[in-house]
Design a protein around this ligand. Sequence first.
Ligand SMILES: [Fe+2]
Ligand SMILES: [Fe+2]
Length: 332
Amino acid sequence: MYTQAIDLPQNHPDSPVTHATGRDLAFEAAIADDRKVEPQDWMPEGYRKTLVRQISQHAHSEVVGMLPEGNWVTRAPSLKRKAILLAKVQDEGGHGLYLYSAAETLGTSRAEMVDALHAGKAKYSSIFNYPALTWADMGTIGWLVDGAAIMNQIPLCRCSYGPYARAMIRICKEESFHQRQGYDIMLSLARGTDAQKAMAQDAVNRWWWPVVMMFGPSDKDSVHSAQTMKWGIKRISNDDLRQKFIDATVPQADLLGLTIPDPDLQWNPERGHYDYGEIDWAEFWQVVNGDGPCNRERLAARVAAHDRGSWVREAATAHARKAAIRERRSAA
Ligand SMILES: [Fe+2]
Ligand SMILES: [Fe+2]
């Protein structure tokens, strides 16, 4: 998930100047002491807006992320693989719900966030705009995409905003199961026939660079990262997270006997890290800005699913209305 922030005013427009100083100080003290900021606490408008943007973007990524894998539930090669994949896809739906709830504590409704996604105004992780072509893509998504997500999300468990940090603790536990199940698929394929091994290598060839891009623009181009770091929303920079991911993943690829498609990838003993090749940022921005291989397909699938579910929302609303009337009558 990319987490670059945007330019925002820092003070709540409704806050009288005379009170803003005291409120500012209380907020700054909470951040400095590493205490959690809670929904009832005063917070600068820029902090609130950055969080709404990041958490809703994260929620959308979880829900849109169900699509490439959801397509494979009916084509899983065994009952066991089908049950595991189904559970994994359901987990992602659950992550979306925790995160929409966390964002709602900042005063934005889930309906508003979903409308922004469907109108093409809200972003989600660029990775889900790539197609999942073979069963090996299920292994590669779990291993690499969920693996990159964990790297990004573990520091968010220490995010300064309480509801987001607490949601991330459970999400990270589930993500580590997702990564394990993906790696297990890759192990089976890597130890399988030549055709299975070739399928696994082909999937890694297609997913590697988009996964490396998931950490967002390079630090030198990520002009708003400093503010999100200062607020304790972001704890580790994009490039540092990317490096940690590459360093952790190369030995895993070696164990599988698969090649990472980067001729410049090599251990640098002086840095104590792997050096890696140039990222194609033109491709990254093209996909982020709506022109990736599957952007239109993914958004159309989300809008269709939302429309098909309207009867459930209407029935639940009607039931809640009737229940409230009954309660009022019995209390009278
Ligand atoms: Fe997830
Ligand atoms: Fe996941």
